[in-house]
Design a protein around this ligand. Sequence first.
Ligand SMILES: NC(=O)c1ccc[n+]([C@@H]2O[C@H](COP(=O)([O-])OP(=O)(O)OC[C@H]3O[C@@H](n4cnc5c(N)ncnc54)[C@H](OP(=O)(O)O)[C@@H]3O)[C@@H](O)[C@H]2O)c1
Length: 298
Amino acid sequence: MPGRSEKLLNADSDSDIALSFKVSRELFRPTHYALVTGASAGIGKAIVRRLLKDGWVVYGAARRVEKMSDIVDEGAFSLSMDVTGDDSMVAAVDEVLSRHGRIDALVNNAGYGSYGAIEEVPIDEARRQMEVNVFGLARLFQLVLPTMREASRGTIVNISSMGGRIWMPIGGWYHATKHAVEVLSDALRVETRPFGVRVVVVQPGAIQSEWADISADHLEAHSKDPGYRRWVAPMAKLLRNYDRAADPSVVANAVSKAVNSDRPRRRYATPFDAKLFIFLRWLLPEGAWEKMIAMAVR
Ligand SMILES: NC(=O)c1ccc[n+]([C@@H]2O[C@H](COP(=O)([O-])OP(=O)(O)OC[C@H]3O[C@@H](n4cnc5c(N)ncnc54)[C@H](OP(=O)(O)O)[C@@H]3O)[C@@H](O)[C@H]2O)c1
């Protein structure tokens, strides 16, 4: 069997020439740099692993730096970052830029769910969830945009949720954060397109990670009034039974497609439950959606 280089030298057919272009593109492909937030667990960790496999230089960021030692062993770099602290976001972005001069992809993945009846979630906690899921994400894209604009390239991937398109009772504050991520991403996409920057939204469905237990912990801590029990109890049960949810690698695959494509889609919903619920929300009138949700959460 001839090797790829021999084939290159002996290219005498259209397919050989096509192969030679592909091989030389791979050989001379510049190194790409990614910053992935929320890399100490679940989806973020899977994204780091996937991008390493794709040949990227990957920086993972989170508060629990010690939880990233496994991905560091696999070739990633870790950064300490709290997305509620401006100084730590500035320092992390500066660190990557001072080492490499560029960030080709920012994957804004850090986030959490704080469930509970809208009345019962303390307003400071609702604000904190907005701070992590929306303002942290937005501050980070503000920080990487100047260098992306200067380079006339770069991809910002915002991890939203199917919950950025649909809503359920008891998850209202969380859905509000993810709906905000969707709208910010759409406006940002149009604003930054002339500068060569691409903005992609990834909408995961139910995924195995720490997310569901953290959401359930918040739900149980917030829920006091028995009047809301009809919604709270089934939602807690749903969140505590996430063992059949999909593997985080499905989301990582979508991110990989987005950052490695010359023409990424605006949105990637994955896996099937996300596609289905988003489609139903689009299809059904408000009243029908409310009835369906009432039947699902009981
Ligand atoms: N799992 C699902 O079913 C699901 C579905 C739809 C969307 N999502 C979204 O997917 C994203 C990733 O969630 P996941 O499922 O992988 O959950 P996870 O396992 O709980 O991971 C969340 C990550 O976010 C980081 N994080 C949380 N608060 C932070 C803060 N203040 N500063 C910096 N990092 C912070 C955590 O790191 P540290 O605690 O170490 O800081 C952790 O690495 C989130 O945006 C979530 O809303 C998840």
